[in-house]
Design a protein around this ligand. Structure first.
Ligand code: ATP
Length: 430
């Protein structure tokens, strides 16, 4: 993990939040490469979930919601983790994290002493309004799900969706995590990507779609290149399921700190819509005109953490190949698709030819430019950044209009005609 954290900082993937002020626990800032990587992941997810499907539509709901929505969804009452406090140094830990508690206890030796577990609400409070005494207390959303649920009726009324259909959303969520840690794995501000998929309220139908989404999501991460042996399903025990879930399965990654959840598939039943109907007084039933029936659908949810997905994609791609550190990211995810170098920075003909290639290619993709130091060092830097291809303009280019294209993973080089470059690279990264 230390190597990943240091690479992320060194290359501009992820920095500690507000670092120059000593940071803010549980927050992270994505740098130039991290932002590109994160956007690529979100765009691929959106393409697969919304663009290529006719049964899912997207929303982008507000982060601040009427606080009643959080009462309805049960978060005010039940969004709690039991917590124990070390009586010696007052550090708090989740009561279910036995290993962390044991490790911490050892620091105090004979003096080790803990409080009984207490409930602790994870919702982050905010205050809205300009006059202090009249400010409205509300919550930053603790999960993005509610933004979809409260728009169920709007979407049914304003689009042509028919059950079964889904609502997709990507956005920020905030939690007062007791013990943020493991880099971005557990943060206080993070992003989620979710589909709430509404189906007829029948166990058989719900089970069918539950199995469908389990496979669909596992296939998504395998197609992105995560190694099969590092992924697994884990079904929740009866006593660990969230308050809303009839059934819950996580997809876990074999992280350096142990198998860890980075997404979940949940059968939420009709819990959310029924509760929002009850608390808002608005009829949220779905009318099936053809079958002449009306019902509150069940919701099969897929909920993934963007940050945890990014973290595990980075961990999985990190490869030490002799002296080289290579991020073997899927080209579709790689921040830069290609880097262009003139062999020598002080040869005008090489620089201007390379510059032209750089300008042409960047019309279609993110392209890096580097003319510093020797070629070997430039390759090393791009390997660490996960750039799949490097193009070098050398003296032969001036004679025969070909360049070298070097492959990140094999380090092999081929010569390609400049006029075929665009097609050649586009084919390789698709
Ligand atoms: P955990 O048990 O690890 O606290 P959770 O079961 O509470 O997670 P969900 O409420 O199911 O998580 O949220 C869905 C997804 O959102 C998680 O699978 C994870 O990827 C992401 N997520 C949740 N909490 C955090 C967090 N504090 N930091 C980063 N990502 C998070």
């Amino acid at each position: 993990m230390e190597k990943i954290v240091s690479l992320c900082k060194r290359r501009g993937f992820i920095y500690p939040g507000s670092e120059i002020y000593g940071g803010l626990t549980g927050t992270w800032d994505y740098g130039p490469l991290g932002t590109l990587l994160k956007n690529n992941l979100k765009n691929l997810w959106w393409k697969e979930m919304v663009q290529l499907r006719s049964d899912i539509v997207g929303v982008d709901a507000a982060i601040m919601m009427n606080p009643k929505a959080w009462e309805a969804s049960g978060h005010v009452e039940a969004f709690t983790d039991p917590l124990v406090e070390c009586k010696v140094c007052h550090q708090r830990f989740r009561a279910d994290k036995e290993d962390e508690i044991k490790k911490h206890g050892k620091i105090h030796g004979d003096k080790e002493d803990w409080t009984n577990p207490q409930k602790f609400n994870l919702l982050v409070k905010a205050y809205l309004g300009i006059i202090e005494e009249k400010q409205q207390e509300l919550y930053l959303r603790g999960e993005i799900t509610n933004g979809a649920q409260v728009n169920f009726k709007n979407i049914v009324d304003s689009t042509r969706v028919k059950i079964p259909f889904g609502i997709a959303q990507i956005g920020k969520a905030f939690r007062n995590e007791i013990t943020p840690g493991n880099f971005t794995f557990r943060s206080r501000e993070f992003e989620q990507m979710e589909v709430q998929f509404y189906v007829k309220p029948e166990a058989k139908e719900a089970d069918k779609w539950f199995e469908y989404w389990k496979k669909n999501r596992m296939d998504f991460y395998l197609a992105l290149g995560i190694k099969k042996e590092n992924l697994r399903f884990r079904e929740h025990e009866d006593n660990e399921r969230a308050h809303y879930a009839k059934k819950a399965v996580d997809i876990e990654y074999n992280a350096p700190f142990g198998w860890s959840e980075f997404m979940g598939i949940h059968n939420r039943g009709d819990f959310d819509l029924r509760r929002h109907q009850e608390y808002s007084g608005v009829d949220l039933s779905y009318k099936d005109k053809l079958a002449n029936e009306s019902f509150i659908p069940w919701d099969i949810e897929t909920s993934a953490g963007v940050d945890r997905s990014i973290l595990f994609l980075l961990v999985d791609a990190y490869t030490q190949d002799g002296e080289r550190t290579v991020l073997k990211l899927n080209p579709k995810l790689a921040p830069y698709k290609v880097a262009v170098f003139p062999l020598l920075a002080n040869k005008e003909e090489l620089v201007s030819q390379a510059r032209k290639i750089y300008e042409d290619l960047r019309q279609d993709m993110m392209v890096a430019w580097d003319e510093r130091g020797n070629i070997g060092k430039r390759y090393f830097a791009q390997d660490e950044a996960g750039t799949p291809f490097c193009i070098t303009v050398d003296f032969q280019t001036l004679e025969d209009k070909t360049v070298t294209v070097r492959d990140r993973d094999s380090a092999k080089q081929e010569r390609v005609n400049i006029e075929d470059l665009q097609k050649n690279i586009l084919e390789k990264i698709d």
